[in-house]
Design a protein around this ligand. Structure first.
Ligand code: SAM
Length: 256
């Protein structure tokens, strides 16, 4: 937590754009999408999805993956607490929905389904394929149950460890990837390396919590230098990566 506070104070001045953002692509993305508005129906549907999980009294046995929880001490966990602690915030879910509505990816992949809050956002106004991978079978079952209840039918949940499941995706053309699983440097970089062959000019990568820890900042700094990447946005709580040609490589800092 102390690391995040210090990182935030270092990041904040970088978001002050004295002379504006010169890339028309990033300028328009910021104005229309990152700061855009979702329609009322979508906002309500995503709020309802989240609220129904927060109202659950169920407890499940969780197979713990990732770089360890800062909140949970036992593997028996309340669904409502998982939704609160590990699930996308409502603001994040709305942002993901706007991005999908804007970029219209043909194939989307999410690393880390958890209870499906972000999966719902990635799928709700998306007729195209959304794959989402979750290592914990009990968590994935709850996600499936709530997605079915919300009548969100496009996502395909794959239960398994990223390190095994990602190989099937490396030669697919993936237009949008949401990295929200294991928040460790080594794991994040290995997923990036595996999935790099899946990118095209239109691919967008979205990383959760790029400054969650010193390790994640280090991973983000390495990712930014990947030669195929043409532009990045550091939004502190998230990072975005673009592979468009015809754009001088640039790193942007945007506070939403
Ligand atoms: C932060 S939660 C995902 C939250 C979800 N994307 C959302 O926004 O609602 C991360 C999830 O990734 C899963 N996970 C972490 N490491 C994994 C791995 N190596 N293989 C499969 N699943 C993993 C965890 O079980 C957890 O449910």
């Amino acid at each position: 937590m102390l690391y995040q506070s210090i990182a935030y104070l270092k990041w904040l001045p970088k978001t002050f754009h004295l002379h504006g953002i010169h890339s028309p692509f990033i300028f328009n993305l910021e104005k229309d999408i990152l700061r855009g508005k979702n329609n009322t129906k979508t906002t309500q549907q995503l709020a309802t999805y989240r609220a129904s999980l927060l109202a659950s009294n169920a407890e499940i046995d969780v197979k713990d993956f990732g770089s360890g929880s800062r909140v949970f001490t036992s593997n028996k966990r309340a669904v409502k607490k998982i939704a609160k602690v590990a699930g996308a915030t409502h603001k994040r879910a709305l942002l993901l929905e706007r991005l999908i509505a804007h970029f219209k990816p043909l194939k989307t992949l999410e690393l880390g389904t958890s209870l499906g809050i972000a999966t719902a956002a990635l799928s709700i106004n998306n007729e195209n394929t959304v794959y989402t991978i979750e290592g914990c079978p009990n968590t994935a079952a709850i996600a499936q149950q709530y997605l079915d209840k919300a009548n969100i039918t496009t996502p395909k949940i794959i239960v398994g460890d990223f390190k095994n499941e990602l190989n099937a995706f490396k030669n697919e053309a993936l237009d949008f990837i949401y990295f929200d699983g294991n928040h460790s440097k080594e794991a994040t970089l290995s997923y990036v390396k595996t999935l790099l062959p899946s990118v095209s000019e239109k691919t967008v990568w979205f990383f959760d919590d790029i400054h969650w820890s010193q390790e994640m900042t280090a991973a983000w700094n390495i990712i930014k230098k990947i030669p195929e990447i043409s532009a990045t946005i550091d939004g502190f709580w998230f990072g975005m990566v673009f592979f468009r040609s015809g754009q001088e490589k640039e790193d942007f800092y945007i506070k939403l």
